[in-house]
Design a protein around this ligand. Sequence first.
Ligand code: UDP
Length: 323
Amino acid sequence: MILVTGGAGYIGSHTNKALNKAGYDTVVLDNLAKGYESFVKWGEFVNGDIGSYDDLKNLFNLYDIEGVIHFAAFSSVAESVEHPAMYLKNNYKNTLNLLKVMREFSIENFIFSSTAAVYGNPKKTPISENHELKPINPYGQSKFIVEQALEREKAKENFNYVSLRYFNAAGADFDLEIGELHEPETHLIPLILDAAIGKRNSISIYGDDYNTPDGTCIRDYIHVNDLADAHIKSYEYLLKNKESNIFNLGNGNGFSVKEVIDTCKRITNVDFNVEIAPRRDGDPDTLIADFKKINDTLNWQTEYDLDTIVESAWNWHKKINRD
Ligand code: UDP
């Protein structure tokens, strides 16, 4: 059985669904701080905390766990700047606790949700995995120090991990059983769709004076199902090869904020207001993944383009705002 921590959250729930569809048995552990119990429609659910030794011990005694896919974490850059200690505790210390109990139970396989934020301001783009790691916010730092802890854990033997550095996750399950739902929402595509559906008066572009062709930030958007698929392939790689690795998860295509807004206008067929606002702290101008390593190693590449991402996100957005 696979333990999916944070499986009630956005990326965790989509991966949990994909794992079950692929024939794996899962148990989700989530404290519902950010997740939704209604997103756990597959496998078992345990309401508990990765920071609690007892919760983990009870779970590992109850279920025969072969590997852990670890999503449980806070993931907002802005929130991390306001509450760095909370990010250190939740993302780093709690992960150390999880690793400690895994070792007690001799669980050797670990997939970690890392982030492109470990790179900080890229010196070169597209970014490959050997780019220097210089996170510029507490969120990126919390993930970076977990990656260092994983290297130490690996050195003790009988432990292997794959760390997946996500670029910009977006889109929703095509069956609309689950999707993106953050409170408060800070991510670009759901905020644009709020403007399209009339929940907000406008969308603000955070800065149009960046060093990019149209002056707005460029990001590499990746459909959450493509992310889910990469987790399954990485897990199978761990079981087969018993070796650790680190991969970028992106598609190598960048879109500017203006281009994403134009795509949303076209797909929703709604012409909403767009305003130029000041830059947001900590935003590099361009983040695009070099995904050659995972493509070569796992034969993985993205299947879904920006139109499909926005279409699925829009269908989900209409559903949750109707219900
Ligand atoms: N962004 C924006 N307006 C918003 C939200 C985001 O212009 O209301 C920009 C943000 O500055 C960044 C890009 O959209 O350049 C993606 O931001 P998001 O928060 O979705 O993801 P991040 O890149 O921070 O992980």
